[in-house]
Design a protein around this ligand. Structure first.
Ligand SMILES: C[S@@+](CC[C@H](N)C(=O)[O-])C[C@H]1O[C@@H](n2cnc3c(N)ncnc32)[C@H](O)[C@@H]1O
Length: 268
């Protein structure tokens, strides 16, 4: 595991993002384990949709020399940044097992993957049911038989309010700013800012114009797209502290938490 860098106003914005919201090693470890548990075989080819700087793809290929990854993103400069700063940190062998594709996730079906992952709610850029269904169908067609689609989902009453959450990082404060939420359309405008001890602020480092999708909507859409065994992984609660454990289990019911993250899974 790499040491946590000290963040400052001159730190590259992609590094700030990665430190603030991504946990690549834990994510790929959990996805690989869950795939094995679900299918009884190891996942080899991992497709990272909306990959940005391809941090998950880099962590995936480090799981073993039989693992390959494909990262897809529309934004070429972000992909190139990932190549220069993330892929470049890998051994030559690991780097050769990643392909980055500069395209719309809706347009890529090959190579067929064992896992398609869409994390950090990136699919929320799809605002209509037709678009979301097209994405689910396209993802299903991109998977091998016996493959798995996994997406995270975010909800709870707090996600439907206007509020700010601050979290201290090493050298700066990360601010998640929910600027608007419309209960009629479920459209939300969220932003990420960074604040530094010297008073400098990096406002609107990242902005999100999203539709918040609910778990029942996503379940219906994945089923309609042809996925089998569509289910939700819900975070377990520590009996003593009553807080989330960071572990997720298949569940038919959740808790009415004010803010929660869950995963939705479908099989091919
Ligand atoms: C929130 S970032 C996700 C970064 C990273 N994968 C993560 O999990 O934190 C969303 C990314 O999705 C990309 N994106 C948006 N629409 C897309 C589309 N239709 N196809 C591919 N990439 C898209 C953007 O360029 C951006 O890099």
């Amino acid at each position: 595991m790499t040491a946590q860098p000290k963040l400052s106003p001159t730190t590259d914005v992609h590094v700030l993002y990665q430190e603030a919201v991504q946990s690549p090693e834990a994510d790929v470890r959990d996805i690989a384990r869950y795939f094995k548990k679900l299918t009884g075989r190891p996942a080899r080819l991992f497709r990272e949709d909306f990959c940005g700087t391809a941090l998950l793809s880099c962590a995936w290929v480090e799981l073993g020399s039989d693992r390959r990854a494909v990262g897809i993103d529309l934004d070429e400069p972000t992909l190139r940044w990932g190549e220069t700063h993330n892929l470049s940190q890998l051994s030559e062998d690991a780097r050769a097992r990643i392909d980055l594709i500069n395209a719309d996730v809706l347009d890529v079906r090959r190579p067929k993957a064992d896992v398609v992952a869409a994390l950090n709610f990136s699919y929320c850029i799809f605002k209509t049911r037709a678009q979301m269904l097209a994405y689910a169908r396209s993802a299903r067609r991109s998977l091998n038989r016996g493959g798995m689609m996994i997406m995270d989902a975010w909800g709870g009453s707090e996600t439907q309010t206007i509020c700010r959450e601050r979290r201290r990082l090493h050298g700066c404060t990360y601010v998640w700013d929910q600027v608007s939420f419309d209960p009629v359309t479920y459209h939300t405008d969220c932003r990420i800012h960074f604040e530094f001890p010297n008073g400098r602020k990096l406002r609107n480092a990242f902005t999100y114009d999203w539709r918040l999708w609910t778990l029942p909507e996503l379940r219906d859409l994945l089923e309609e797209a042809g996925f089998a065994d569509v289910h939700v992984l819900w975070e377990t609660t520590d009996r003593k502290t009553k807080k989330g454990t960071g572990n997720f289990r298949r569940a038919e019911r959740g808790d009415a938490d004010r803010s929660w993250v869950a995963y939705i899974v479908g099989r091919t």
